[in-house]
Design a protein around this ligand. Structure first.
Ligand code: ATP
Length: 306
């Protein structure tokens, strides 16, 4: 029996090894196919920024080609300007930000930054040019200093402090017992939503990106925090080309242009007051948010959305 067992055992080992190799090959292929989708071209050049104008030209995209999500989306964010994208849940707003980062390639049309198709530039240079300020920032379980310096590894204490001052968080930090060495995050000092966002803004200021992507949280915030966030956005977007992905409508009031996206198409565009006056889809979205609004007026005549 032992004589029979040994060869069988041998085959068992070989079988497991082959199976493991196949699994490795399989995962490698999976990895490669994911990478291939967004691989740098052999001749990819670094993105050359000159003002950082963003242009979506007839962009078609679906995560699954059988289910189109964006159906010919075109818009321009001129250098240093702010464009906000609003629309019902599932319209494709966040998808636009993922395409700008080139997490996926478009199925049709083009995404250009300063006239360069983002498929023709290196991903490192593309992503290095974009800063994100999410509304629900997650901080590392580390010092405030580390959390800000993360924006540009190797930043000096003076640079970190300058960024914190610009983000209006320096005085708050100095009032803490351990100042910049205070540990924050889940296991340290818990910061409020607005404070966490200021840390994220300081981090972004340090990174100094030409393009800012402001991704608004889906969750409802109180009116005070809403106002604070609007002020923060105004501050950090100054002089940067800014794309606001608005899941609610509170941060769009100041935008140079608002795009209303519905089922993957831009159905309306204009400034806040003009769109309200036009009484179309945007006005209806506002009205719907007003109905569910609980807080006092955010701006005169308009209720804070929840
Ligand atoms: P919300 O305001 O609810 O966040 P949104 O306008 O940002 O919505 P997207 O996140 O862009 O919407 O999603 C648009 C559509 O794409 C949705 O139908 C969603 O189910 C689909 N989708 C999003 N991400 C993926 C993915 N990774 N794979 C497949 N489908 C996806």
């Amino acid at each position: 029996l032992l004589q029979l067992y040994q060869p069988l055992n041998f085959f068992g080992v070989v079988y497991r090894e082959i199976k493991q190799s196949l699994t490795d090959i399989e995962s490698m292929v999976t990895l490669l196919s994911v990478e291939r989708e967004v691989a740098d071209r052999p001749d990819a050049a670094p993105l050359a920024i000159d003002g950082a104008e963003i242009r979506f030209e007839g962009v078609e995209f679906g995560y699954d080609p059988r289910r189109p999500i964006l159906k010919g989306v075109s818009f321009t964010v001129p250098a240093g300007r702010t464009v906000a994208i609003v629309g019902p849940s599932g319209a494709g707003k966040s998808t636009i930000s993922r395409l700008l980062f080139r997490f996926y390639d478009v199925n049709g049309g083009r995404v250009l930054i300063d006239g360069q198709d983002i498929r023709e530039v290196t991903q490192v240079s593309l992503r290095g040019s974009i800063g994100i300020v999410p509304q629900d920032t997650v901080l590392f379980n580390d010092t405030i200093f580390y959390n800000i310096a993360y924006g540009r590894p190797g930043a000096t204490p003076a640079e970190v402090e300058r960024a914190a001052r610009l983000a209006h968080i320096h005085d708050f930090i100095m009032a803490l017992p351990d100042g910049y060495q205070t540990t924050v995050g889940e296991r340290g000092l818990k910061l409020s939503g607005g404070e966490k966002q200021r840390v994220a803004i300081a981090r972004t200021i340090l990174k100094n990106p030409a393009i800012l992507l402001f991704d608004e949280a889906t969750s409802a915030l109180d009116t005070h925090t809403e106002r604070e966030i609007q002020a923060n956005l105004r501050e950090v977007s100054r002089g940067r080309t800014t794309l606001v992905i608005a899941h609610r409508l509170s941060t769009v009031i100041d935008a140079d242009e608002i795009l209303v996206l519905e089922a993957g198409r831009v159905i309306e565009r204009g400034r806040h007051a003009d769109l309200l006056a036009a009484g179309g889809a945007y006005a209806a979205l506002w009205a719907r948010q007003q109905e569910s609004a609980q807080g006092p007026a955010l701006i005169p005549g308009v209720l804070a959305p929840t």
